[in-house]
Write a protein that binds this ligand. Structure first.
Ligand code: ADP
Length: 500
């Protein structure tokens, strides 16, 4: 036997102890000795013994008592009883106390070795069995862990997963697929997918992948439109699952909700067509005026010519507004805005903006009225953004006004806010548009707004500016009567106290 054992010999007879030690050590085993059961059991606790040879009759602690203790401590240590009176009764008694074999005194070295080798073999076998069992348990644990890991991964995926076998039955699914296809309550492994999934296009796609001649491809991708519970676009990817011999086992379908991507794509196309359209109309007009002037078709009357150039200038102005809106928007989108907040007299900015924009209302004979309370508290704000804010709102009040309409701008101090109202007596906004008026690119499409150039970005920029200054904006409007925007900008606390 190549392996060597840790052996303990417990006997009160020195000759037996030393004899055994010599015989066993000559075979390469590591041997310890003890004089009685108590001493022997102390050693058991200090070292992992494979075998114990123990005398039955000893002072202090007898062999049977010690065997009971050892069995309790480690039932797999092999115990061999050394006995001077080997009767059937002593043997049975010793077995009951956990002995594996016994060695009758007197014994020859060969007898000792034969008994010990048998016992050690048994010890090695049980150690191997224990190791195998531990390995199996470990393996089972790993499999269970692996399974629960895959389960968790599949279940927490944002993409939907449906696995179907060759028999067209549902095998596996995840919560995302259940949600996307509105399948709640209908799922059961083994049911035909045709009965469960009512999206015919999806079932047809899976069918196609399962066709016998589908071996030409491993995956098919297609977009499908879902109507229930709400309209959605799903990108479906169906892949054939094959075993290592290439035999088809079924298909796995992944479902991705691409509704928002589709919407974004649509918004992008609409935006491009809107911008090109909005740029084209005023540019053609300007070109028309200039050509007429240069070719002499406009005649020679300086007044008519001047009017024409004024109109061309007005159109270029609105073009610039449009381009500025686009620039401001793209800066805000890319978060490249650097705000320089300072204590500002907003009313001064309002008055300046009104002066700048006044002439735009001349063609429609728009009247302006400003009621700005004196000594209004200062507001901590970015100057450029405040100019953009009021330019947008006052331009709208001019653009969406009626002939001889009025624009009234007023400002007063509230409890914690500076209140600014920009009211017009223009075309107004119908209720159904009010909730979307601050959305990007949203414009009201009506005969009255048709000739006003714009991007639909102005109010979304306004809202972002107000919010980035911790303020709020409200709108009240009535079709045919006019619109009032109310802005509240927070006033710095220290000032408030000073003015109280
Ligand atoms: P734009 O003016 O470039 O179209 P805005 O975001 O500034 O974009 O405004 C969005 C829409 O809201 C406008 O197209 C218009 O229909 C409506 N609107 C904005 N301000 C007014 C107003 N003062 N009176 C009537 N309609 C308005």
């Amino acid at each position: 036997m190549a392996e060597t054992a840790n052996i303990l010999v417990v006997d009160d007879e020195r000759g037996i102890r030393e004899g055994c030690r010599r015989i066993l050590a000559s075979e390469g085993h590591a041997v310890d000795v003890a004089e009685n059961g108590a001493e022997g059991f102390t050693l058991v606790g200090s070292k992992p013994y494979d075998l114990i040879l123990v005398d039955l009759m000893m002072p202090v602690m007898g062999g049977l008592d010690m065997m009971d203790k050892v069995r309790e401590y480690d039932p797999e240590i092999i115990m061999i009883v050394i006995t001077g009176f080997a009767t059937i009764e002593t043997a049975v008694d010793a077995m009951k106390h956990g002995a594996y074999d016994y060695l009758p005194k007197p014994f020859t070295p060969d007898q000792v070795l034969a008994v010990v080798n048998r016992g050690f073999e048994k010890r090695l076998l049980s150690l191997k069995a224990r190791k195998l069992m531990e390995e199996r348990d470990q393996h089972l644990l790993e499999v269970a862990r692996e399974e629960s890991k895959s389960h968790t991964i599949v279940n927490s995926m944002a993409d939907g997963i449906l696995v179907t076998n060759k028999e067209h039955q549902l095998v596996l699914w995840n919560p995302a697929a259940v949600k996307m296809l509105n399948l709640n309550g209908k799922l059961e492994a083994g049911r035909d997918i045709g009965e469960i999934i009512h999206e015919e296009s999806l079932v047809a796609l899976i069918d196609r992948a399962l066709l016998p001649d589908s071996s030409q491809y491993t995956a098919i991708s297609e977009e499908i439109e879902i109507k229930e519970p709400e309209p959605k676009t799903l990108m479906i990817n169906v892949s054939v699952i094959r075993d290592k011999h290439g035999l088809e086992l079924g298909v796995v379908s992944t479902l991705r909700d691409i509704t928002s991507m589709k919407e974004l794509d649509q918004v992008k196309s609409q935006f491009i067509s809107m911008v090109t359209h909005e740029l084209r109309a005023p540019l053609s007009a300007v070109e028309g005026y200039l050509s007429a002037y240069l070719s002499g078709a406009a005649g020679t009357d300086p007044r008519t010519n001047r009017q024409m150039l004024e109109r061309a200038k007005a159109r270029t102005h609105s073009l610039l507004d449009l381009v500025n809106d686009l620039l401001q928007f793209s800066r805000m989108e890319s978060k490249r805005v650097e705000r320089k907040k300072e204590l500002l007299d907003v009313t001064g900015i309002i008055a300046g903006t009104v002066e700048l924009l006044k002439n735009r209302g001349e063609a429609n004979e728009i009247q302006f009225e400003t009621n700005l309370q004196e000594k209004l508290p200062l507001v901590e704000a970015d100057r450029v953004e405040m100019e953009v804010l009021f330019t947008n709102l006052i331009s709208n009040a001019i653009n969406y006004n009626v002939k001889k309409g009025k624009v009234t701008i007023s400002a007063d101090a509230g409890d914690h806010y500076l209140n600014i109202r920009i009211a017009d007596t223009g075309i107004g906004i119908a209720k159904e548009h009010l909730s979307r008026i601050f959305d990007e690119f949203y414009r009201v499409n009506s005969p009255e707004t048709r000739y006003v150039t714009g991007t639909g970005l102005g109010l979304s920029i306004v809202k972002r500016i107000v919010e980035s200054h911790y303020g709020r904006i409200d709108i009240a409007s009535e079709v045919g009567k006019g619109t009032t925007f109310t802005i509240k900008l927070p006033v710095k606390k220290e000032q408030q106290r000073a003015s109280e």
